[in-house]
Write a protein that binds this ligand. Sequence first.
Ligand SMILES: C[S@@+](CC[C@H](N)C(=O)[O-])C[C@H]1O[C@@H](n2cnc3c(N)ncnc32)[C@H](O)[C@@H]1O
Ligand code: SF4
Length: 526
Amino acid sequence: MRRARARGAEMVVFSGGEPTIREDLPRLFAGAAALGLKAGLITNGRRFVYPGFAARPRGLGLEYAYVSFHSPLRRRHALSAGTDSLAEVLAAIGNLVRLGVEVTVNTVVTRHNIQDLRAMVDLLAPLQPRTIKLSALEPKGAALAAPGLVPPLGQASRAIADAIGYGKRRYPGLGFACEGLTPCLIEDFAVLDSGLAASGFILYHEATEDSACAPDHRNRAKAAACHDCADFEACPGVYSDYLQRRPAPPLKPQMRPMANSCVFVRKTTTPAARSEGARRVSVLEQGRAHAYETATTDFSDAEIRDILDLGQLYTTKDGRHSDIDHGRDLVKLNPLPGRSGVYSAAQGHPFARLQAVLEDLVGRLRGDVLEVGCGSVPLYGLLAPLARAGRIRYVGLDPEPPGLPPETGMRFVAREIEGFRAPPAAFDRILMLRSYNHIRLPSRVFPALRRMLRPGGRLIVVDGCAFGLALARQPARARPGQRGHFRNHDSDQARRLLEDFGFAALREVPVQRSGGNEWLLVLRRK
Ligand SMILES: C[S@@+](CC[C@H](N)C(=O)[O-])C[C@H]1O[C@@H](n2cnc3c(N)ncnc32)[C@H](O)[C@@H]1O
Ligand code: SF4
């Protein structure tokens, strides 16, 4: 508890077994109070049926109780609780609420209670717990030992969504939450999700372990198709066992194009010498500080802070805000030492270092080369001589291919990669230069590219993470086209995605604060 307090914890929550049967509970509560920690319990609630017992922990600082509840029907509640305790638990919840304890009632949804959820909401609502929480069953331990207990996740999520929707309409003052679901399995996931991390737990300490750790999602997993989903980062995944069960969970990847830059617009009002908050920066221009603000809804405050912390704020040379060539058009804005939130234009070419690494790799290409999303082929000057000399046979693929003169050993295919077919092991090298973030369906494209790559072949990927752009005027909002960005990965996220599709990284040049927003990966088939 001392260590937790030092790490910033404000409350300690005791779980079990059943923590209320511990003789030393008053001593533990007193210890917490002495450290300035509030106390909470995860409990079956039964001892709180005795008003005398209930008053004691409350007097010692009990602020929060998380009470397990199984069914509004006595027999079904008993089946899961292992004892005939429905009346006791209901009375206990009433006692705790009357004592002013914040109560969350949690029901793990099983085949035994899945049809009772609306009735359960009706039974609990008059007791006025703060929150009624419905949790998907984690298929492990005792849940696996009881055949037929685990409902299919799709069925459970529909029943949970139905009961929460019903409860919200009928009891507007009551809080509702869920656990074990994902953004595609329940609407309003961001508001409803209430696992340990989402509920603000910062440390978790098993009695059998020496040290505490942060709550994590290591018992959760995602399907290959989840890599096509815009909610991938925000999603904890499903309990891994469900991915092996039939029927498979009805996961629905959300495919949404997203902005890759966060625009800060110059304010015409009084210039700010100092700026505060992630949404406001000052830029020194000819000795004067000008305030720039962003009203973007494409990025959260935390994401904007990440962009600024990574040193990725730019302005453009001529006010241009579309068709930006990073190396040619962007001027980096560096923070002024000692002046928080104030930036000034940097000298030099932040993209040059990575471009040099890329050009070196391209200069050494040999054999059959596929470039995915070749665009106007900015490296034509390097590629064409290699093709002419017979060192490479080049295929440039792009739905909007370049109008370049056909060169011996080079051909262009007007197609999206999603619809491109090639025999297995057709290429020695596959290039993806700034097209990785545009791929709509990684779950289809990367297994196909892996098949097209020869043993010993290499996949070379360059792309960029999101960046900030300080502009004099708000640009017209670009309509999200079919070929927009579908992610703003950094090299770490891209490497993990590609590893999931059978690639292994041989070289990684991550984004650096001192450089541009681009990164590079060289990968082989695993
Ligand atoms: C930012 S540009 C990069 C072009 C070029 N490789 C470069 O480095 O400048 C992205 C390119 O990817 C192409 N692209 C987008 N979606 C694609 C897809 N599904 N398959 C193939 N190319 C795609 C676009 O047409 C565009 O030319
Ligand atoms: S990442 Fe997968 S599980 Fe999560 S919301 Fe997207 S499709 Fe659903």
